[in-house]
Design a protein around this ligand. Structure first.
Ligand code: FPP
Length: 251
């Protein structure tokens, strides 16, 4: 593992890594266990990822923990996920404070069950002064919801005469999203072998490198994180330019 870690160029880390944690249910099934068993083991992978990323010096990790669409799952599973969230935040806040990790959340948070919302807010409040790394939980999140909300907010400002339509630019839009102030992810990882974005950070991943891993989320370890970063560093990020221009920019 140290060998893999030593291959990472610490001067070229993605500042922000976004992760679609997929495959908990299939992993549980593979082990002949109920889906909740998969989610519980998914928390171990969350810890592993958070610690691994913070140790390297990554500044932001965003985890897709609950999508707006996830409300459609069986009630018992939704309840189990919400309980797991509350338990995990309560249990991990002290460790987050010890390790300098600030908790944030994006999504339609006020629509969460009141206990989950309250615990989440307490976790955010208690870790708000930490600066080493920010862990962003996407909860009751949907990128289309977020974009619609931003559009409505900006349109209202235009109607109120606070902004002229011609002055609306990318920065205006960035500031209207729930990720305001957070740099866009340079790397997005999805586990479970599915190759979809599933309504996650659609605006913010315009230039992100995508990594689709053929493992289930509970199997995800630091080594997978290291390897994804190494692969990211070996790719050439061109932002629409030519290879020659990128080489020129470096000199
Ligand atoms: C996807 O697997 C996983 C989720 C929808 C929930 C992720 C939640 C956790 C890892 C636990 C709680 C997280 C935190 C941050 C405390 P799936 O159920 O869609 O798996 P499947 O596609 O195999 O059915």
């Amino acid at each position: 593992m140290e060998d893999l870690k030593s291959k990472i160029n610490l001067d070229n880390l993605p500042q922000h890594i976004a992760i679609i944690m997929d495959g908990n249910g299939r992993w549980a099934k593979k082990h002949g266990q109920p889906r909740v068993f998969g989610h519980r083991n998914g928390v171990k992978a969350v810890r592993e990822t958070t610690e691994g990323a913070a140790e390297l010096g990554v500044k932001y990790v965003t985890l897709y923990a609950f999508s707006t669409e996830n409300w459609g799952r069986p009630k018992a599973e939704v309840n189990a996920l919400m309980t797991l969230l509350v338990q995990t935040i309560r249990k991990e806040v002290a460790t987050m404070n010890k390790n300098g990790i600030r908790l944030k959340a994006i999504g339609d948070l006020e629509a969460l069950p009141s206990k989950s919302y309250k615990t989440l807010m307490e976790g955010i409040e208690s870790t708000k002064d930490n600066t080493r790394m920010t862990l962003v939980l996407a909860l009751n999140y949907s990128a289309k919801w977020e974009i619609m909300r931003a559009v409505r907010g900006i349109a209202q400002e235009a109607v109120d005469g606070k902004i002229k339509p011609g002055d609306i630019d990318e920065a205006t839009f960035d500031d209207a999203l729930s990720t305001k102030g957070i740099p866009h992810p340079e790397l997005m990882i999805r586990t479970s072998g599915e190759q979809r974005i599933s309504n996650f950070l659609l605006w913010q991943i315009a230039y992100a490198e995508l990594a689709f891993l053929p493992i289930y989320w509970p199997e995800f370890t630091r080594e997978h994180l290291y390897q994804a970063i190494i692969d990211y560093q070996n790719r050439e990020r061109r932002f629409g330019k030519t290879s020659e221009q990128i080489e020129g920019d470096k000199s």
